[in-house]
Design a protein around this ligand. Sequence first.
Ligand SMILES: [Zn+2]
Length: 354
Amino acid sequence: MEIIFLIIYPLKILYKGEEHFVDVEKFSNIEYYDLSAICGALGYKFFYDQQHEKFIINFKEKKAILGNGNPFFLIGDKVYNYYYPPKKYLNSFYAPLPLINIITKKFERIFLENEGKIRVYTAGIKIKKIVIDPGHGGKDPGAIGPNGTKEKDIVLDIAKRLKKLIEDSLKIECILTREEDVFMPLSERTKFANQEKADIFISIHCNACESRVRHGTEVYFLSPAKTDWERAVAARENAAIRFEEGERDTGSMIESILWDVAQTEFLKESNHLAGLILEELCKNLHSKNRGVRQANFYVLRGAYMPAVLVEAEFISNPKCEKKLKKAKYRQKIAYGIFKGICKFKEIYEKRIRL
Ligand SMILES: [Zn+2]
């Protein structure tokens, strides 16, 4: 494979009132950032061990060790793995931004963004903004019930009701990824939540399967599926990708793989949020609790915040479909999700992120 480094632009970092410039290069179409310049900007002590080709960062009592071309790296005594290894190039040591963020977050709860901004995570984080994603839309109807009810219409209505509950009762901002019956690519949905700097991302769906009697509710977070059922549900929801026009931008696909790591940073929170929403939903709907589940949903990839996907009942079951068509029932779904968010907010804002 040909190795090409291209200097594309310097990244401006504003940290503690000072401006710093960091070289950004492209390697195999991935953006790599000059690690020594970032460490310099953030005031970390670092040195490069020429002999062993290791880059070592010291932060208080913690140490990170990265090897040239090695996807494994150490922070303290823990080993981390990253798809795209850091690289030495000329006299500098480069790493992709998500990798650098794993380190800076472990060191001092800061997170660097592509635009050169720094987000600081401190104790008692306030949830200020929530992005709700009504699944499907436009040419993608989602699942269709035996009597023709479309998932895209049901979930949009639930999302609007949920937005109203959140804004009226919690007095925090809530934005929908789509307000109308329009198509939106899966990767755009999380990208939107990241751009909005949302603190929570919730994608709303209704389940479907061949059986017309299966019923109940599930809530998912992003992690490899453990069962065939989880894989099947994810495959059905991911199939929305077939509606996306033209060639998929490989750059953005690679980016989304990179950002899976971002979501693993929020694994615990996402799992917790899924559990709280599921509990409240089932209580409110008298729906069968089918459990918190995990699968590789494209729509959750890349979310830099706790993110879950709700599968509220089965639209493929005629009895459930009939219920889903009722406004009162959809309000109950919205209320269940809302209650779960309230509980999560209360717990999340009190604790310290580690
Ligand atoms: Zn769906």
